[in-house]
Design a protein around this ligand. Structure first.
Ligand code: 1GP
Length: 238
């Protein structure tokens, strides 16, 4: 199993070099737009392309990532809503456990279902604690997983959840307000979690402006993920 993407994120976090990932949902992105989309992503100086979604049609991720790879040298990291979204054309996989939820399907069941594929795969597998925070909207992660998000004001629960994830051996913690969230994860919560973990922190959901991006970085996000704002605005820039 390779470790290069995780190491890159860990080293950047130590050096306080902030990273950006653009999230593409194969269900919402047509293949013929990929040349234009990849050049926009490269212009933004993003470090990674994340690929995934909560409701992706079975089987389309494989062709999507294969085509994406023809248009860019940026590392492609799978951020799957379920195990059907795995493909060897990507470089790495965020091996997510939804730690904020109590649904065994997303704590362990999907992970077990992915093993027959992963046993024969060269994907870099990155154990990631995924924590859903209330972003003020009924996010698709919430609908899909049928779990309750942690309230933004309950930072002590978010901290304890993140630290439990770290003790369980997760290599990254991902604070997720949900795609298209009205409210991104707030600064207090990001900094409270960051203070208590010694592994890199990813933050995503509802980040639309440079101010929100910089505030997430300033409060301790090592990597920020942006999807909807990029998808909705062809001239999107930070
Ligand atoms: C990644 O789901 C997010 O964590 C992306 O959220 O689509 O709101 O940028 P947006």
């Amino acid at each position: 199993m390779r470790k290069s993407i995780l190491e890159f994120i860990q080293k950047a976090a130590v050096k306080k070099e902030k990273l950006l990932a653009i999230l593409l949902d194969p269900d919402k992105t047509s293949l013929d737009k990929l040349p234009e989309i990849t050049s926009r992503i490269e212009n933004l100086k993003a470090n990674f392309i994340f690929v995934g979604g909560s409701f992706v049609e079975n089987g389309i991720t494989d062709l999507f990532v294969k085509t994406l790879k023809k248009h860019t040298k940026l590392p492609v990291v799978l951020f799957p809503g379920d195990f059907s979204q795995l493909t060897n054309h990507a470089d790495a996989l965020l091996f997510l456990s939804l730690l904020s939820g109590r649904n065994p399907e997303y704590l362990i069941e999907q992970q077990i279902k992915s093993v027959p594929f992963l046993k024969n795969s060269s994907l870099e597998i990155i154990p990631t604690g995924y924590i859903l925070i209330d972003g003020g909207t009924n996010s698709s992660v919430l609908k899909m997983s049928n779990t309750k998000p942690i309230l933004q004001e309950n930072s002590s629960l978010a901290v304890d959840t993140a630290v439990a994830g770290m003790y369980k051996g997760k290599q990254l913690i991902y604070l997720e307000a949900g795609s298209g969230a009205k409210n991104p994860v707030n600064s207090e919560l990001i900094s409270a979690v960051k203070k208590h973990i010694s592994i890199p922190l990813i933050v995503g959901g509802g980040i639309k402006t440079k101010e929100q991006l910089n505030s997430a970085y300033a409060n301790g996000a090592d990597l920020v993920v942006v999807g909807t704002a990029f998808e909705n605005n062809a001239s999107f820039n930070f």
